[in-house]
Design a protein around this ligand. Structure first.
Ligand SMILES: O=C(O)C(=O)C[C@]1(C(=O)O)C=C[C@@H](O)C=C1
Length: 352
């Protein structure tokens, strides 16, 4: 076939797709009307997951699972915005890793609100300025984010989804001579994550200047020929700062997990994870007794981390399953005075 013939065929398919998209959006609009009468949430991660699973299992074409995710998640985000435009608050600034995590769930069309602190994200969701909040919960190198645990404890909001992102750093500078670099801007945590790279290039001795965000680091490096920034590639691109080296972090498996919080509870998807905060009495064996109940019910515990809130020790616990599953509900009921259920949500990863 000639190029023109191939393009004619593509045009025909695009016309058919447009018609189908509009037909689908018409139905989505009707779903929105039904939900409006009952006050049901627009975002249903478990329904989206079920659609994706069904499509992937019947897929016989060139599309990979990741490609199906990319196409359909964007379409769901557009659909949700047509049902009811809802804001997304995230730990900013723009181009932060949390922003990327937010965009991976809420697509290009959502109204985003960068917030400068984790408690600020919780406040804005609680007030209703935004329907959803996106915050980091843990990083594979740096562990649990205490601010997020504190806020999950303090606020009556639910975890409704998790997102996991590979965290890659770029070394970006306007200088084309690395030996002229006298200072590097980044977030304090990032210098430690890129220590070997800095040593290898003889940049461990130059001044390391910690700033609030890697986006700010990119902005500062842009103004100074003797400076560089360690920042996500998107932050460098957003500021037109040339990237000299990509993926400069020591641990190339560096990953961060994020939570999406809102004011509603998910229904079961059949592939869920649940997060809890647990305050146990200060008696010998109380933790073992608590955990035994999960073992006896064959519940797979995936995480247990102790955390101090105002001098008091609490546990952050996660397990596979939904809080309403028949084998889990009785355990949560038995311990209801000791636990705070933070949410059940579609399991994206087994553990970070
Ligand atoms: O099924 C629903 O509840 C819908 O609102 C429709 C739809 C979709 O586009 O298929 C859109 C948003 C929800 O998150 C899940 C699915």
């Amino acid at each position: 076939m000639t190029l023109d013939e191939l393009r004619d065929k593509i045009d025909n398919i695009d016309d058919a797709l447009l018609k189908l998209y509009n037909e689908r959006m018409e139905l989505v609009h009707q779903v929105g009307e039904v939900k409006n009468t009952t006050g049901a949430p627009i975002y249903r991660p478990e329904r989206e997951q079920a659609i994706l699973n069904r499509l992937k299992s019947q897929n016989k074409g060139k599309l990979t699972d990741a490609a199906i995710d990319a196409l359909f998640l964007e379409m769901f985000a557009v659909a949700r915005n047509l049902e009811l435009p809802e804001g997304v608050a995230y730990l900013g600034p723009e181009a932060s890793f949390t922003h990327q995590a937010a965009e991976s769930k809420f697509g290009a069309m959502s109204a985003y609100l960068p917030i400068s602190s984790i408690p600020g994200v919780f406040r804005e969701v609680k007030k209703g300025t935004a329907k959803f909040g996106v915050i980091p919960i843990e990083n594979s190198s740096n562990g649990i984010v205490s601010d997020t645990i504190n806020c999950l404890d303090e606020y009556d909001l639910k975890i409704i989804a998790e997102v996991c992102l590979d965290v890659h750093m770029a070394f970006a500078t306007v200088s084309d001579d690395i030996t002229k670099i006298t200072k590097i801007y980044s977030k304090d945590i990032a210098f430690g994550q890129c220590r070997k790279f800095l040593q290898d290039l003889g940049l461990d001795e130059v001044e390391h200047i910690p700033v609030e965000s890697t986006v700010k680091a990119a902005k500062l490096a842009l103004k100074d020929e003797t400076a560089a920034a360690l920042c996500p590639a998107v932050a460098a691109k957003l500021n037109n700062l040339p990237i000299r080296f990509n993926n400069v972090e020591d641990d190339t498996n560096n990953r961060t997990r994020f939570f999406i919080i809102s004011d509603f509870e998910n229904a079961s998807s059949g592939n869920d994870k649940t997060s809890l905060l647990v305050r146990l009495s200060n008696k010998p064996g109380s933790l073992v007794n608590f955990l035994n109940d999960f073992e006896e019910a064959h519940v797979n515990l995936t995480k247990i981390k102790s955390h101090i809130v105002e001098g008091e020790s609490i546990f952050f616990i996660e397990f596979h399953g939904h809080q309403n599953d028949a084998h889990i509900k009785p355990i949560l009921e038995k311990h209801k005075d000791e636990i705070k259920i933070l949410g059940s949500y579609v399991k994206e990863i087994d553990d970070i």
